[in-house]
Design a protein around this ligand. Structure first.
Ligand code: FAD
Length: 452
């Protein structure tokens, strides 16, 4: 066991999960939470693990990314998911909670734990290891400054500007073509060609679409080089054709002609399963993104693995600066967890707190840190954080594009996803055995499919 108390900074979703797990592994934990001494603009209470927006942890179905992620976390014994189950409200296939009951119960259990001390104070400097920093998307200014000076100016961002990502196998191969502008270098991009009529219809739809209205504190300043696609379109009907949809040097090899406009897709992962709509950062509502961006030729049946968004969001350039298990490269036992590491979402943040606790325990015990294999949703997320391009890194939510492909092709989407789930859950059980952790059984309602 550690000789000193392990500090965990931030009593949000990731920090609360990490605190419980570490304490259960026998460590004395100091959980620092700045609320109510200092509030964030989004939190409304002083409770730990407050869910700041929707009360849903998304679907439980194993053929959805969050259903699979939750099943993996249940096998690993997630504390917060257990309390979410106890605080569940009816929400069809989703796990939604009575938010007050959920965070009240998390707070009560953490405060009552004999090895956890909850300290209501703002931490302004990075702690010394072993420690976990999980201060989330609204990390206080003072700590952000300390992180920035330690990691370097360009490794901490304060806003995201996320463009949607679509899955490769949902693109219409007969429409998109590979090319780079003027044939320079490798043909790295997938290009979606548009005629003048298609372009005009697309612009109309874009201008009519509903935009997410942000609260004042989240009203992020737009940088000229990174404007939302709908704002660019609003500046003039041809603005996009001279910006991200510029067709010059992108002749369609099938016709030999230059399209009227082109949407370029850039690959996000080494397995080439996830493709990003270049320059399409957006504040359109998710349903509107699906409707409008499916007008792009080649994307008519696109599966959206990540929707675009623009938010105030403090996050690290994980692939450029952190180790595979989410620590500073030079300080393996100073770990980051939650949204601050570039995962996006409640469930992802809790999961990352869980894995961070496993690793702090291992490091204190003199063992190597570990992450689950990339055939699991958790492992896929960790791999993304380690391997994404640090030059264009943006936060990522759980999605099936993060996982290694299956050994054989499964045509139908639902069956393919269930095959992934069967394989992933078996792998998480094996991983538990490999790290000497007891694998919990899944609730009966979660039906595990056969493995492929
Ligand atoms: C407005 C908003 C809405 C969101 N809506 C959703 C949604 O609907 N669904 C979804 O899946 N995700 C949503 N997210 C994204 C994300 O899932 C949540 O922010 C999630 O709570 C992240 O978990 P976390 O543990 O990383 O951070 P948090 O849960 O925010 O926890 C961080 C904690 O650290 C504390 N803290 C910060 N700085 C310090 C410091 N210096 N010292 C001590 N304590 C500190 C904060 O008070 C906070 O309690 C939203 C984010 C925001 C900002």
């Amino acid at each position: 066991m550690s000789e000193r108390r392990v500090p965990i900074i931030g009593g949000g979703l990731a920090g609360s999960e990490a605190a419980w797990q570490l304490a259960e592994l026998g460590h004395e934990v100091d959980l620092f939470e700045m609320r109510p001494v200092r509030q964030t603009p989004a939190h409304a209470s002083e409770r730990l693990a407050e869910v700041v927006c929707t009360n849903s942890f998304k679907s439980e179905a194993l053929d959805t990314p969050h259903g699979l992620l939750k099943a993996e976390m249940r096998i690993l014994g997630s504390f917060l998911l257990g309390i979410a189950d106890e605080s569940k409200v009816p929400a069809g296939a989703a796990l939604a909670v009575d938010r007050e009951r959920f965070s009240t119960e998390v707070t009560r259990r953490l405060e009552a734990h004999p090895r956890i001390r909850v300290l209501r104070e703002e931490v302004t400097e990075l702690p010394s290891p072993p420690a976990i920093v999980a201060t989330g998307p609204l990390t206080s200014d003072a700590l952000s400054a300390s992180i920035r000076s330690r990691l370097g100016e360009r490794h901490l961002a304060f806003f995201d500007a996320i463009a949607p990502i679509v899955s490769r196998d949902s693109l219409r191969e007969e429409v998109v073509y590979r090319a780079s502008r003027y044939g320079k270098g490798e043909a790295d991009y997938l290009n979606c060609p548009m005629t003048a009529t298609q372009y005009e219809e697309f612009i109309d739809a874009l201008l009519e679409a509903d935009v997410h209205r942000a609260p004042e504190w989240d009203d992020v300043p737009y940088f000229e080089g990174c404007l939302p696609v709908e704002v660019m379109a609003g500046r003039g009907r041809d603005t996009l054709r001279f910006g991200p949809m510029r067709p010059v040097g992108l002749e369609d090899p099938r016709t030999g002609r230059r399209p009227h406009a082109v949407v370029q897709l850039r690959v996000e992962d080494r397995g080439e399963r996830m493709w990003n709509l270049v320059g399409f950062q957006t504040r359109l509502k998710h349903g509107e993104q699906q409707k409008v961006f499916r007008l792009i030729p080649g994307l008519e049946e696109a599966e959206f693995l990540r929707f675009g968004s623009i938010h105030r969001n403090t996050y690290l350039n994980s692939p450029g600066r952190l180790s595979e298990h989410g620590s500073l490269e030079e300080e393996p036992a100073l770990l980051f967890a939650g949204q601050l590491t570039g995962v996006e979402g409640y469930t992802e943040s809790i999961a990352s707190g869980l894995v961070a606790a496993i690793n702090v325990d291992r490091l204190i015990e003199g063992r190597e840190p570990v992450v689950p294999p990339p055939i699991t949703m958790l492992g896929g997320l960790y791999r993304y954080l380690a391997e994404a391009d640090p030059e264009v890194f943006q936060p990522m939510n759980a999605n099936f594009g993060l996982l290694d492909p299956l050994p054989r092709r499964v045509r139908r989407r639902r069956e393919r996803r269930l095959a992934h789930a069967g394989r992933a859950l078996a792998a998480i059980r094996e991983w538990c055995a490999a790290i000497d952790r007891e694998a919990e059984s899944l609730p009966e309602r979660v039906r595990v499919p056969e493995q492929v």
